[in-house]
Write a new protein. Structure first.
Length: 278
């Protein structure tokens, strides 16, 4: 007797899930980066503010108002030879409690020879009992450059909220000239609140972040380490395989965001998107 209502409820749940997809590429026209092809579907949209220089800016907007269990979002971006693109989000992305399947976010980034891509979304905020699987696949041609950051916040501390339970799986793969040079999968599930208190994990921090800089070397690492005394959270940076990576952990999102902005400013002459400065 329970099978039919359960199946009906599952069908209703699936029909009400948000799905969004954006695929676009940019190329260079007379020394200026311009959009070429764009496809949007569902609740995910991208807008292109007026360019401030030769590069192009893109801003993502999720009209669903956040991400819930069972939602799926796909992003595929290609930056053509010699082009420059900076990508941001209009606001922090909120991932809400999931009562069923996890949400999925799939991001594919490609940059051709001589291209530069800045992937600089604002924070991802996980609510208690949120469940999300995220995949970030990056393919850089020889001579392409990348400035990428991701910040994840486990609950809104300013609102007295904490993420105590849930699931967060974050899979990153970076290829240069077709060769895999970095692979990592982070998995936090179950009693995340307790896990985050462990000294070897976050030592009670509620915000973590990663910055990936290509190319990156020891000279860049030393330049960023000069900021150490002015940073308010924990920041570690190293370089290998021709790129640099900085890890961040802080007791609140505002401190981590400030540290991230300082590191990105030191790592690249590319200006941060306007949304970061509000």
């Amino acid at each position: 007797m329970r099978t039919e209502p359960t199946s009906a409820a599952s069908a209703i749940f699936a029909a009400n899930r948000a799905q969004g997809s954006v695929t676009f590429d940019v190329h260079q026209v007379e020394g200026v980066t311009r959009r070429r092809q764009l496809h949007e579907s569902g609740s995910l949209r991208v807008r292109f503010p007026s360019p401030e220089a030769e590069g192009l800016s893109a801003m993502f907007v999720n009209t669903a108002g956040g991400i819930a269990g069972g939602d799926r979002f796909d992003i595929d971006i290609a930056v053509g030879e010699g082009s420059s693109l900076a990508v941001a989000t209009a606001a922090a992305e909120k991932v809400y409690r999931a009562q069923g399947p996890a949400a999925e976010v799939n991001i594919t980034l490609k940059a051709a020879t001589g291209a530069h891509l800045s992937w600089l979304p604002q924070e991802t905020i996980l609510f208690d009992r949120a469940r999300v699987f995220r995949r970030i696949d990056i393919d850089l041609a020889e001579g392409a450059s990348l400035l990428l950051c991701e910040i994840v916040v486990f609950g809104r501390a300013a609102m007295g909220e904490r993420m105590l339970h849930g699931e967060f799986v974050d899979r990153w793969r970076l290829r240069r000239a077709g060769k895999l040079v970095f692979a990592e999968t982070v998995r936090l599930d179950g009693d995340i609140g307790a896990i985050m208190t462990k000294p070897a994990v976050a030592n009670g921090g509620v915000a973590i972040g990663t910055a990936l800089i290509v190319p990156g070397d020891e000279a860049l690492v030393e330049r960023i380490r000069e900021l150490t005394n002015s940073l308010s959270g924990e920041v570690g940076i190293s370089s290998w395989n021709g790129f640099a990576m900085a890890r961040f952990c802080a007791q609140d999102a505002a401190r981590l965001r400030a540290d991230m902005m300082a590191v990105l400013g030191r790592a690249s002459a590319v200006a941060l998107p306007r949304m970061w400065l509000n």
